[in-house]
Design a protein around this ligand. Structure first.
Ligand code: FES
Length: 224
């Protein structure tokens, strides 16, 4: 199998493609494929030319940390949860998330996700056990990995602009539902940075690795 990777040496340099050969198991994940290529002392491309190890991030290899988010065959996904046997064709096409600045190869700078939450004070703070209703949605919304896959497919999200995307909407819901004294301010932030600009394509829910039904968070906040 061919593995075509969009690489970039540094934030300033130009991206370029490099193609590798993969002859391992189809039961491997894409994370495993990258490991397989990087494992050799001499990394060579499909033409036998020596090259550098591929830069990519991972921590858990279990779909928990969100670090391995990238675009695989055109679909934003976690590399550790995408298996070769499930991919179509003879080539795996891998590129970094394109909504964030590339640091190196498949590693991108996603700090704006957390920066948006920090700037708008979307954090739990004092915990106030709330009404019994909504606990299930709170539990589900809290599963967000902050991986950025939802923002990659969102037609409205542009890094650095006013609209903060699904990751923000779910955290707004979570904090507002758990902390009544912050609820009013959060609903205001939600309107400013999400509610007014979401065009409801809901593609965020299609790619979310935790299957978070963002529409349920939106419905609660819109009612408020
Ligand atoms: S390595 Fe943690 S989610 Fe893939």
């Amino acid at each position: 199998m061919r593995v075509s990777i969009l690489r970039q040496k540094s934030p300033e340099s130009e991206p370029y493609r490099e193609i590798f050969e993969y002859d391992g198991s189809s039961d491997n994940s894409v994370a495993g494929v990258l490991d397989h290529i990087n494992y050799n002392d001499d990394i060579v491309d499909i033409n036998g030319r020596r090259t550098d190890r591929i830069g990519w991030e991972c921590s858990c290899l279990q779909g928990i940390c969100g670090a391995c988010a990238m675009v695989i065959n055109g679909v934003p996904a976690l590399a550790c949860e995408t298996f070769v046997r499930d991919l179509k064709g003879e080539e795996i096409d891998i590129r970094p998330l394109r909504k964030y600045p590339v640091i190196h190869d498949l590693i991108v700078d996603r700090k704006s996700i957390h920066e948006n939450l920090r700037q708008t004070d979307i954090y739990i703070g004092e915990y106030q056990p709330s009404d019994k209703v909504g606990h299930e949605q709170q539990y589900i919304a809290a599963k967000c990995l902050k991986c950025g896959l939802c923002l990659e497919v969102c037609p409205n999200y542009v890094n650095g602009k006013k609209f903060f995307g699904a990751v923000f909407a779910n955290d707004c819901y979570l904090v507002a539902a758990r902390n009544r004294s912050k609820s009013k301010d959060i609903v205001g932030m939600y309107s400013r940075h999400f509610g007014g600009e979401c065009s409801k394509s809901l593609s965020c829910m299609d790619v979310c690795p935790m299957k978070i039904p963002t529409i349920a968070s939106m419905a609660w906040l819109n009612r408020k």
